[in-house]
Design a protein around this ligand. Structure first.
Ligand code: AMP
Length: 283
């Protein structure tokens, strides 16, 4: 496994591989890796000839009051984990490498970037789409792997790829969970034991919602029930609990064959999100 910091080094490694007709898979991450990230890498490993991972805590997707400074950066452990699942190349750039002085261009997916996570974090998705567009330009992958865990993010990235005719196939992989149902997240490390217990209300609300959906309950009624359930949990400050159309993210009032439930809440100082696809698989 090679670890490089410079854009030119990534290109020098990847170009001959692509020229040889090999399929390049790419897994962008912010590090602090857990089993969810490793599952993406293992899927890429199975489907591609050469696997590239980036580890970059992207400052432009954090608002000034958010956790950029304290975001965990366990470099050695992350590199070992990548090695253990057979990653071929790690791109581990500095902020200056990614955002040299004078950089003024950004990529913005209108509409979808303004709702839900985007309503609460107005600058977040511009940072995400800009860095992902840059990384696609650097790595030139055939396939890129994202987690369903960040449902809105993968939808926005798919929209960017479609609208800008980027030659990359987006794969969305299922959310990896702990045995108690909690979605794995690098931010779970911030939780105290009691907060960890309170945080279970996200996946529990989604489970109950799923049962209600299977029973034919209207999606707006399910959303209300999920909100009530989460708000009744001590230590939880609800941001949203909604049932939406999978492509437009607009609230639903009547059941449809495929629906997505999305939840977000603060548990103490830590913000957690989770979601579930109800109905036939989307990806
Ligand atoms: P992050 O390092 O949080 O930016 O995440 C990098 C990638 O890993 C994104 O595509 C996430 O959606 C994905 N990811 C994060 N947590 C999980 C999880 N529990 N299961 C599957 N994918 C995940």
């Amino acid at each position: 496994m090679q670890v490089v910091e410079h854009i030119s080094e990534v290109r020098a490694v990847v170009e001959p591989i692509r020229r040889a007709g090999k399929r390049v898979g790419f897994v962008p991450t912010m590090g602090a890796l857990h089993r969810g990230h490793l599952d993406l890498m293992q899927t890429a490993r199975r489907e591609c000839d050469f696997v590239v991972t980036s580890i970059f805590v992207n400052p432009t997707q954090f608002a000034p009051h958010e956790d950029l400074a304290k975001y965990p950066r366990p470099k050695e452990r992350d590199l070992e984990l990548c090695q253990s699942v057979g990653v071929d190349l790690i791109f581990y750039p500095t902020v200056d490498e990614m955002y040299p002085r004078g950089a003024v261009t950004s990529v913005y997916v209108d509409g979808l970037s303004t709702v839900l996570e985007g309503a609460i974090r107005p600058t977040h998705f511009r940072g995400v789409t800009t860095v992902v567009a840059k990384l696609f330009g650097i790595v030139s992958p055939d396939r890129a792997y994202f987690g369903q865990k960040d449902y809105q993010q993968q939808l926005i990235i798919r929209t960017m790829v479609r609208d800008l005719d980027m030659a990359v196939d987006i794969r969305t992989c299922p959310t990896t969970r702990d045995t108690d149902g909690m979605a794995l997240s690098s931010r779970n490390a911030y939780l105290s034991p009691s907060e960890r217990t309170a945080g279970l209300c996200l996946s529990q609300a989604l489970k109950r919602g799923e049962q209600m959906a299977a029973d034919g309950v209207a999606p707006d009624v399910i959303a209300d029930a999920m909100q009530d359930q989460m708000e009744a949990t001590p230590g939880v400050a609800l941001d949203y609990a909604v049932v939406v159309d999978p492509w437009t993210l607009t609230d639903l009032t009547t059941p449809q064959p495929q629906m997505v439930a999305l939840v977000a809440a603060h548990i103490g100082a830590t913000r957690l999100i989770d979601n579930a696809i109800w109905g036939a698989p989307l990806y």
